[in-house]
Write a protein that binds this ligand. Structure first.
Ligand SMILES: Nc1ncnc2c1ncn2[C@@H]1O[C@H](COP(=O)(O)OP(=O)(O)OP(=O)(O)O)[C@@H](O)[C@H]1O
Ligand SMILES: [Mg+2]
Length: 1004
């Protein structure tokens, strides 16, 4: 059942009609046609109405909508049928076929092309080159076959004048790997004559309008088709086909398929030779037959690569071997014309068959090893002429209508009978539905000895002069009692039949009167052996290849070739056998009107087609008992959501029980029968209701699925995030632990190391441990310092404290802080060894007098005072005073400043030994240490450190400035001291400058 369409489009499946009647069926068909719905179903049979306008329903998007879908999931479409056939083939490894039938112009060929387009579009997703090649060939073959096998008729501008069955072979993956085309009964009489308003095969007109001048010249032909007798009827007929453009397209397609340049040229030569043949006229001159326009003969000879005299002879004489004698028998005028036309028809037919054969050579599956590649399966597409009833029906219509009888027979067997058989197989009680089985008509035509073909063959075999009339009377004799056969002799009152000329067959599709005129000739299809020999002896190898039987020697007794009727009958029987072993899909094409209108729905025309296509019977049988059937598992799969007992999975014994429970739950039990493997639903309404409930539930299920799925996604995301976090944490812990382990490892033995681990490099700490690392390093530093100082004597400890103070105050601001050497404090012993004892004496007296505890620093200096006088002095700093002494006056104290009056020190950032002691009363002492041994000693660091450390121990502050120039205050006056190194300076000395002093020091 097709996807629900809106009510306004009618019923997509005729099975769903409320009443099955011809009127309702046609009304529905009309409604759908008018609403642009050209496709409908009868179960799995597609009914197609020719829209006679371009429909926007075959594009890529449509293909995607149908690909892989079940028939009932989408509105009816050719693509759905093609997909069903393809799926059946792929899933079940079964050969399938699509039988397209309908009358001329109903849209069979278009349908077959859309099917091919669909199949080639959905296959070969991996774009394998070999498969693409095959697909291209299959598609290109259409264009070539249509050029040579189609013609404009009064019913169809592009009417296929041959039957076509095409097999497409697929490998186990479902990709096309080749194909094979069978052609049936080309309407070759069209080569020599057409009805008014019709044309011969497209190929002639394409050559005339498309070939370049040079080619036309070499073929000796003119552009104007009315020059040629064989095609002049249709010469001026307007056709929607662009012959010129098609010529090019066909030539290109032929090249792609693999026709060589020579082969294509030969094709053109044959077409031209046929056109020239049609212009040959015969005359009789004193009982001797001759060709009136012998120039044409030489052109034909040239085109066919034969000798002129041979062509002429073959056209005028017939070689007869009687015993050992060979006689040339001259043709009558009538025979000569007949021979000429027969040659033209035969050449064209051979050409067509040769082209089909050539295409087959390139697309046939070669080297397929089923052991390696799996089963090779087939989809067959049959596009064959539909039923024909004309004013005058001849042998061709008889064959074509017989073909349709065969196909109808197949349809009955496969669809109608199969349907009834299925009920039986499934054990469903079933009331037989009567439908007309046309077996009897098929027999009427093809039965051995009694059938029309047999009677015709017998008549043709007779040596005497058997006429069409005699053949008719033999038919009358043999078939007088047959319910489907009649003639004027048998029903004298039937004026629609002519005596001795017509017979009528009651076909399944309607009554058709055939005129027997030409039956014998057409069935014999004689082509004089001379022509075969002529063409076989051509020096053109392609032509030679087309006529292999011309090789036979003249005297060789040849078996009579099978008649056209027998050939056709046999090909139909084998076609029917071929189709019968495949799973069939049907496309029933309907032609809505005769005027190619996209709007007109001619009721009677359509009614007639609906009748003879047996659509109503098809619907009836389909609905007789049951509109719908499905295997239990598939039925459950589609409808299980309707019932709680089956959703999401049933717990019953079997699927059959589950379906029963579902149906009972819905109250449909009375409308359903349970077969062995399938459930059968009687009325379409039940199915519609099931579908509606399903759609209803589907919405809820979708919401549920969405809910569950969204939950699942959220949970998944949460779990992933949590996992991420755990990993992150574990990683961090690992990093921290490994840092600590590393630190531990590196510093484990530092206490026993000489430098207590000072050289040990710290590992890089993770960012998160930044503060911790700082504290740790601090801790280590403290430990290290403690380790260093814990063994020091109080004096050493004092020195260390002083050095630390220096470092804190001057680090990075002065270069040589003297930290590396031992600090002696009192340098007089070293610098002035001669007077050191005197100094000690003075210092001891001062100690007694001023009660100081220890000497912090003592050194010789150069000083400058407020009166700008520079003099040598000695500075002694104790823990209580700063003494300025004159070394030249036995270290007489010139000035003593209590340390609590000293507020700060100023030094320069240079290497000089300048120091300013700032005092509370602004009488700063400006000195430069000098006379040091060694002379390069730097003692400013020590002086600053010792004083700072001492001040600190007393809880007082001492400011230390590092500036350049150094600032000082002389009796309250601000002065600057600028240090200037001079190469010639031996000892540091002060000189007065405008706003202060210059201290010249040795150096450069
Ligand atoms: N699906 C379609 N969409 C549009 N136009 C279509 C469609 N089917 C058929 N036609 C039109 O109808 C014309 C005849 O169709 P087509 O040649 O397929 O008929 P046919 O059944 O093969 O006839 P014949 O038996 O004479 O070969 C096409 O040339 C085209 O103009
Ligand atoms: Mg066709």
């Amino acid at each position: 059942m097709a996807e629900h369409e809106s009510r306004e489009f009618g019923k997509a499946d005729f099975v769903l009609l409320d009443n099955v009647s011809l009127e309702e069926l046609l009304a529905n068909l009309k409604l759908r046609f008018e609403k642009g719905r050209i496709y409908s179903y009868i179960g799995e049979v597609l009914v197609s109405v020719n829209p006679y306008r371009a429909m926007n329903i075959y594009g890529r998007d449509a293909i995607e909508r149908y690909e892989g879908r079940e028939l009932y999931e989408r509105p009816p479409h050719l693509f759905a049928i093609a997909d069903a056939a393809y799926k059946a083939m792929k899933r079940r490894n079964k050969d399938t076929c699509i039988v397209i039938s309908g009358e001329s112009g109903a849209g069979k060929t278009e349908a077959s092309k859309y099917i091919m387009q669909y199949i080639t579009s959905i296959t070969n997703p991996n774009r394998r080159a070999e498969v693409e090649r095959v697909k291209n060939m299959l598609l290109k073959s259409n264009c070539v076959l249509e050029a040579f096998g189609n013609a404009k008729t009064n019913r169809n501008d592009n009417s296929s004048r041959f039957g076509k069955y095409m097999d497409i072979n697929f490998d186990f993956k479902g990709d096309p790997i080749g194909g094979h085309i069978s052609n049936y009964l080309l309407e070759k009489s069209r080569v020599i004559v057409q009805q008014k308003g019709e044309r011969s095969f497209h190929s002639f007109y394409q050559l005339l309008s498309g070939a370049p001048e040079s080619l036309l010249r070499s073929l000796h032909i003119k552009k104007d088709p009315t020059t040629y007798n064989y095609i002049k009827v249709g010469g001026n007929v307007k056709s929607c086909i662009n012959d010129g453009a098609e010529f090019k397209a066909v030539a290109d397609a032929m090249k792609v398929i693999g026709f060589t340049g020579d082969e294509i040229q030969t094709v053109y030569k044959i077409l031209s030779a046929i056109l020239h043949l049609g212009n040959l006229t015969f005359g009789v001159d004193r009982d001797v037959i001759r060709i009136e326009n012998s120039k044409v003969v030489s052109v034909i000879a040239e085109l066919l690569s034969t000798k002129v005299e041979n062509v002429e002879k073959a056209l005028l004489y017939r070689t007869i071997a009687s015993g050992r004698d060979i006689i040339d028998k001259q043709h009558t005028l009538q025979e000569a014309s007949y021979g000429r036309d027969a040659l033209a028809k035969a050449m064209y037919e051979r050409l067509f068959c040769w082209i089909v054969g050539h295409i087959n050579d390139t697309i046939d599956v070669k080297d397929y090893d089923s052991r390696v590649c799996g089963n090779n399966t087939v989809i067959g597409v049959l596009d064959i002429y539909g039923f024909e009833i004309f004013q005058n029906n001849s042998f061709e219509q008889f064959c074509i209508n017989y073909c349709n009888e065969k196909l109808q027979q197949l349809f009955i067997q496969l669809v109608l009978k199969q349907e009834q058989d299925e009920y039986q197989r499934e054990g469903i009680p079933w009331k037989h539905i009567d439908y007309f089985n046309n077996h009897v008509i098929v027999d009427l035509v093809e039965q051995q000895h009694k059938g029309i073909f047999s009677v015709l063959d017998e008549a043709c075999m007779n040596v005497g002069k058997v006429t069409d009339e005699v053949f008719l009377s033999r038919l009358d004799n043999k078939l007088s009692k047959h319910a489907h056969y009649t003639s004027r002799m048998l029903s004298p009152t039937d004026k629609s039949l002519e005596f001795h000329k017509d017979f009528r067959i009651r076909h399944y599709a309607g009554d058709v009167a055939y005129s027997v005129v030409g039956f014998i000739d057409k069935n014999k299809d004689t082509l004089f052996q001379d022509f075969k020999r002529l063409l076989c002896n051509s020096s053109n190898p392609v032509l030679k290849e087309m006529w292999p039987e011309g090789k036979l020697s003249i005297t060789e007794v040849t078996k009579r070739p099978p008649t056209a009727g027998t050939l056709f009958k046999n090909s139909m029987i084998s076609l029917a056998e071929n189709l019968a072993c495949k799973e069939p899909y049907y496309v029933r094409c309907i032609k809505p009107n005769d005027v190619k209108s996209p709007r007109l729905f001619e009721y009677e025309r359509c009614q007639h087609q609906v009748e003879y296509l047996g659509l109503l019977e098809n619907v009836r049988v389909r609905r007789a008992g049951f509109a719908y059937r499905q295997t239990y598992p598939r039925f459950l799969q589609r409808y299980k959501m309707i019932s709680e007992s089956t959703w999401p999975n049933h717990k019953l014994q079997s699927d059959k029980d589950a379906v029963r429970r579902l149906m009972q739950g819905c109250g449909f039990d009375h409308d359903v029968a349970y077969g062995k493997t399938k459930v059968f639903v009687r009325t379409p309404r039940t199915l519609v209701s099931l579908e509606e409930q399903r759609t209803d539930m589907a919405r809820k299920i979708v919401v549920l699925l969405q809910k569950v799925w969204r939950g699942a996604i959220a949970r998944m995301r949460y779990r992933r995030m949590r996992a991420g976090l755990i990993i992150l944490r574990a990683y961090r812990r690992y990093k921290v632990e490994s840092y600590i382990r590393e630190v531990n490892g590196r510093f484990k033995n530092v206490s026993s190391m000489k430098d207590h681990g000072r050289h040990v490099e710290w590992p890089t700490a993770p960012k998160i441990l930044h503060e911790f690392e700082e504290s740790l390093q601090n801790l280590y530093d403290k430990w290290w310092a403690w380790t260093l100082i814990k063994g020091l004597s109080p004096e050493e400890a004092m020195h260390v404290r002083a050095k630390v103070a220096t470092l804190e105050a001057l680090k990075g601001q002065r270069s040589d802080l003297g930290l590396q050497r031992a600090w002696e404090g009192n340098y007089l012993k070293r610098d002035s060894p001669d007077t050191a004892s005197l100094f000690t004496l003075v210092s001891n007296q001062l100690q007694r007098k001023d009660k100081f505890m220890r000497v912090l620093f003592a050194c010789n200096v150069r000083k400058i005072n407020a009166f700008h006088r520079a003099e040598d002095r000695t500075v002694l700093i104790t823990d209580r005073h700063l003494y300025k002494m004159d070394p030249l006056k036995q270290y007489k104290t010139m000035k003593s400043i209590p340390l609590y009056n000293v507020t700060g020190l100023s030094v320069s950032p240079g290497k000089d030994q300048l120091v300013v002691f700032h005092t509370r009363d602004n009488r700063d002492l400006v000195v430069c240490l000098k006379g040091m041994v060694p002379a390069t000693d730097s003692r400013i660091g020590e002086l600053v450190g010792v004083l700072l450390s001492h001040f600190k121990s007393e809880g007082r502050r001492l400011l230390v400035n590092i500036t350049s120039p150094v600032q000082c205050s002389m009796n309250g006056r601000k002065r600057t001291v600028t240090v200037e190194p001079k190469a010639t300076q031996l000892q540091p000395d002060f000189t007065k400058m405008r706003s202060g002093y210059i201290l010249a020091v040795p150096g450069n």
